[in-house]
Design a protein around this ligand. Structure first.
Ligand SMILES: [Zn+2]
Length: 348
């Protein structure tokens, strides 16, 4: 069977909008709403929010005797205000596996309780070369040496508090989205790239007048980066869970930015052999450019569901993303291959 064609412009438009919607773990509601609105134009999808705040879409299939699930996560790395310093600057605590050096000098937005936002940037406490010289260069990029310099007139704790900023406010780092020559460069392609691939699948199947072979639950989770995203939200009747999340690119990895990848094993151990074999068979039948790989420092929402007691076959596929949890990059080829693979699975 030929796969329905992908609306590339739709995929990239949705992705750009999603990347530009801040969603640090615990504060992902705007990205959940953005995705809910995009899916609401497909009348056969039943949309709901879980109590935990994730988006669940149910897509009735040709059959319902072996329902399936897809999952991808909407939350990203980020931070929370830990302390308002006597200088008026903010010390942060990180969300998920954020590496301070990877966001040094990045622009950021602070979300206050009242709904106001403030702009700023993440600097070291010894940022000026002319003042600190070598000391600034050698400073460990650790929590106590990093601070938010607010773009607001404050030089004291009191002035910052008077702005309405408090301990516990969420902080999102700028994604800096750029599309050039088929490359997509942005923070948080993990895992917004895969959410966009799933939406492109939904669009492609609808445009072709098709629906999934089995009723399919799509869970867009909101706590993946802290390890328990898809632990809840997948109904017990589901027999298979396809996790769609980025592939890790780097030295010794077979993944790259031009292929989609199936992960055979990560830090949490191996994925389901039978389901992985079926997916590889499908990719080969459809001529989808894919790689098989293992990831050394990685855990997924599929494993979160397994750890929570989910009795399902779990597999993991996704586009190769260079410099993950850093300033990430992938290529449209990997996004299209991932979309084709999800589509081929759903109609199989
Ligand atoms: Zn991820």
């Amino acid at each position: 069977m030929t796969l329905p064609s992908i609306d590339t412009a739709y995929l990239l438009d949705f992705l750009t909008g999603l990347l530009n919607t801040p969603s640090p773990t615990g504060f992902a509601h705007q990205a959940v709403e953005y995705t809910r609105q995009a899916l609401s134009v497909f009348p056969d999808l039943r949309l709901s929010l879980t109590r935990k705040g994730a988006l669940l879409a149910v897509w009735p299939g040709e059959h319902n005797d072996a329902p399936r699930a897809l999952t991808a996560h909407l939350d990203t790395l980020g931070a929370i205000v830990k302390e308002i310093k006597s200088s008026g600057r903010l010390r942060l605590t990180r969300l998920g596996g954020l590496v301070w050096a990877n966001v040094e000098t990045e622009g950021c937005t602070v979300f206050t309780r009242s709904g106001k936002t403030f702009r700023g940037s993440l600097m070291t406490t010894k940022a000026s070369s002319h003042v600190y010289g070598k000391e600034g260069l050698e400073l460990a990029r650790e929590e106590e040496n990093m601070e938010v310099r607010l773009d607001a007139r404050t030089i004291s704790e009191e002035e910052t508090r008077n702005l309405g900023i408090e301990v516990g406010d969420y902080v999102a780092f700028d994604p800096r989205v750029e599309l050039t020559n088929g490359f997509v460069r942005s923070r948080h392609l993990d895992d917004k790239a895969c959410v966009a691939c799933i939406l492109a699948t939904v669009k492609a199947l609808h445009a072709a007048g098709l629906r999934p072979a089995q009723t399919t639950y799509m869970l867009f989770s909101n706590y993946e980066e802290v390890g328990h995203g898809a632990a809840a939200g997948i109904p017990p009747e589901v027999v298979e869970l396809l996790t769609v999340d980025m592939a890790a690119v780097g030295d010794g990895q077979s993944s790259d930015e031009y292929h989609t990848t199936i992960c055979i094993k990560d830090s949490g151990g191996p994925y389901h052999h039978g389901l992985s074999q079926r997916l590889r068979q499908l990719a080969e039948e459809q001529g989808i450019p894919y790689r098989a790989d293992t990831y050394p420092f990685y855990a997924s929402d599929g494993e979160a569901f397994w750890h929570a007691g989910g009795d399902v076959a779990v597999a993991l596929i996704g586009p190769g993303v260079d410099a993950s949890h850093n300033y990430e990059r992938t290529h449209l080829d990997a996004l299209l291959a991932t979309t084709d693979w999800v589509t081929a699975y759903l109609i199989s």
